[in-house]
Design a protein around this ligand. Sequence first.
Ligand SMILES: Cc1cc2nc3c(=O)[nH]c(=O)nc-3n(C[C@H](O)[C@H](O)[C@H](O)COP(=O)(O)O)c2cc1C
Length: 415
Amino acid sequence: MAELQSKRIVLIIGGGIAAYKCLEVIRRLRERGCAVRCILTRAAQQFVTPLSVGALSNDAVLTDLFDLDAEREIGHIRLSRDADLIVVAPATADLMAKMAGGHADDLATAVLMATDKPVLIAPAMNPRMWAHPATQRNATTLRADGIQFIGPNAGEMAERGESGVGRMAEPAEIVARIAHHFGDEALHTTPGTLAGRHVLITAGPTHEPIDPVRYIANRSSGKQGFALAAAAAAMGANVTLVSGPVGLPDPAGVRVLRVETATEMLAAATAALPADIAIFAAAVADWRVSNAADEKIKKGAKAALPKLELVENPDILSAISHLPPGQRPALVIGFAAETEHVVEHARKKRKSKGCDWIVANDVSPATGVMGGNRNTVHIVTAGGVEDWPEMDKQKVADGLIARAAAHLEATTGSA
Ligand SMILES: Cc1cc2nc3c(=O)[nH]c(=O)nc-3n(C[C@H](O)[C@H](O)[C@H](O)COP(=O)(O)O)c2cc1C
């Protein structure tokens, strides 16, 4: 927690109905020792008052670009540079448009234009506003400009009867993301956060027999899935790890079920339910040999080459994602290993499998991800894509489990 302790956050609050949730974000950041300086747009002041924001942040609240006293005291240029991170929450459709267009006609946008610091935005708006081509165009521009996103989430809107993608990420999720940005492992692995929760994880390759001694396999090492299991156990979860054949030792405090084939993996994963979170990190073979031989196939001098007939394996991610409510884990996360168009394929996969998030990674040989210790991932949710920088597989695991725990807490209450 020490790393987050010294951080200075500038929080820009936009004029959206979700602005009230920022009070909780400020409280949580202050609890962790962050200095939080808040800027309210004119519209934001219709939703939360400078008085309540100032009382929680314990600092002057800034609202006006042309405030002589405030400008003399800190100045908008210094304000934008003194921060370690600028967070915009809620990021309204209007603020996103201004950011994408390079506007600087009020304090919030002037600070955003003048900064050389990382910027994280939490969009929040009506689903039709989010889906509007203009907003989507602006989101693409902002991503290309290096702006980091959290959310929006799918769910109920403040307006009655409205639901869809556009809900602001919950305060716990925003704070976990900020901690992750600063690499604050202490916050990620707070013991007890997942106490009473069951986390199911699959890892490794599967081996599909050709005969008693030969099999079809892939290059998955299981390292990412084992790291996830260790991270979840460190946060107090009951963890079941269903692993294909790998050469890794059991992570401490984790129930490990070793299987060989995709069919066995599906059976073990299904039998391990119910679970609160299910993460499918295994590289399951797409096909198995339907005419696998009971005895070793002989290489006879004159014998014809054996013909392997392949059939499709069960789709574990899709099967668990499509379980009826009550049996389906509250949060289902799949992994997508791709060698090209990584994010595009991951978006399609998220929809076709029916899972909540896809963690996409590029496994083309040049990346060294398969079998290596580092990974660069993109978290694809209903609301969009978060691009994480390259990091150690354990750090990816810690960050993902922290995000999942925060999401679970926000959507289902604490354990
Ligand atoms: C009751 C109410 C709720 C609103 N909620 C949102 C919202 O959640 N998201 C959004 O993008 N705009 C919302 N708006 C519209 C914004 O307030 C408006 O676009 C404003 O100009 C945004 O200013 P700002 O981006 O400078 O804060 C809402 C307006 C009203 C009246």
